[in-house]
Design a protein around this ligand. Sequence first.
Ligand code: FAD
Ligand code: EPU
Length: 345
Amino acid sequence: MPSLQPFHTFALPVNAKAVVEIHSKEQLQQLWNEYADQPLLLLGQGSNVLFLEDFNGAVLLNRMQGIQHREDQDFHYLHINGGENWHKLVTWCVEQGYHGLENLALIPGCAGSAPIQNIGAYGVELQDVCDYVEVLNLKGNTDSKCGILEKLTAAQCQFGYRDSIFKRQYRDHYVITAIGLKLAKNWQPHLQYGSLAYLDSSQVTARQIYDEVCAVRRSKLPDPAQFGNAGSFFKNPVVSQHDYLKLKTDYPNIPAFPQADGSVKLAAGWLIDKCGLKGYQIGGAAVHRQQALVLINRGDAKPQDIVALARHVRQQVLEKFDVALQPEVRFFDANGEIDSEQAIS
Ligand code: FAD
Ligand code: EPU
């Protein structure tokens, strides 16, 4: 059985029955039908997944390449095939003078995976630049829409914080084949998050934002090439105003981000940090010392170590703050995706 270790950023010692690179929609459709009698999983760069055991089927790697550009007076329009590397795309756009993606530099993964959890960082989310998402419906031959390409507008994607339609009804047999981005020529920098606020908004360039974002990310987040990880393991929890005010009484310095609907987003990393868990280890898994929201593979972790650590972290935060953390990372057993929150409850 081929190893999945090089194909997911947690780099755990798990295998699959087959691992195949996909370079075209036709090949994807053909293999999907060929492997129809076994579990199937499409992966980009594997930077948001946790394999709990060997996968009892085929893993298809999205490597569909190609970028098309056109422009009018007001916008640059990009059509990007799903297997393109996201960070390479961001770098290329900065070099070409197509601005708007610079805050999203250094996020691992494929362009085609970016809409799934509406990737976000440093005050920008994919939804701010997304024009459309192209999907291929791969459902079996009885479905009349099988093999049909659909273009969903950004509104149809129902983007939210780390959420979209691709985690719900478009999850099981819809594959994102390409994305369309629309970048305004009248560029406005987004400087509200963290150290970006120190940049001068009247003079700043997209390149400077790109450089600053890369520097901050390199200082906080572990490089998966050194320590396996999947970025933030949990989502930042969103609580009611009432629950936030209760917490603020006991913890006056608790970081909080008010949301448009009156709820408040908390920083899961801060909550975990305040439980004294930085550096905490179970087997080969550990809470990262620079960023408590990231769980790492110290080199010899087994899937069960990561699960046991995630369960412990969730339990400690629940006991101390009465806040239930939900994983951002997607969990897979031998047959496919499972409920990640249930797996660590
Ligand atoms: P994968 O992990 O390969 O796949 C994720 C899920 O999508 C799986 O369920 C898979 O089956 C499915 N899938 C993959 N491709 C397709 C497709 N074409 N069509 C349909 N389904 C598909 N995320 C952020 O939002 N912000 C960050 O700042 C950020 N920082 C990170 C830092 C590090 C160090 C790491 C390791 C991760 C970080 N992440 C961040 C998470 C991750 O980079 C994103 O979720 C990314 O979009 C995942 O892309 P991928 O290609 O690796 O997806
Ligand atoms: N904090 C601590 N201790 C820690 C970690 C964080 O006190 O160990 C505090 C920080 O001081 C800050 C607050 O928590 O006050 C937020 O921390 P940070 O700015 O590092 O961001 P985050 O909330 O931990 C989120 C995203 C990241 C994204 C960054 C930057 C989620 C789940 N995570 O992290 O996305 O890169 O903001 O925008 O929303 C990912 O999704 O994988 C990811 C890395």
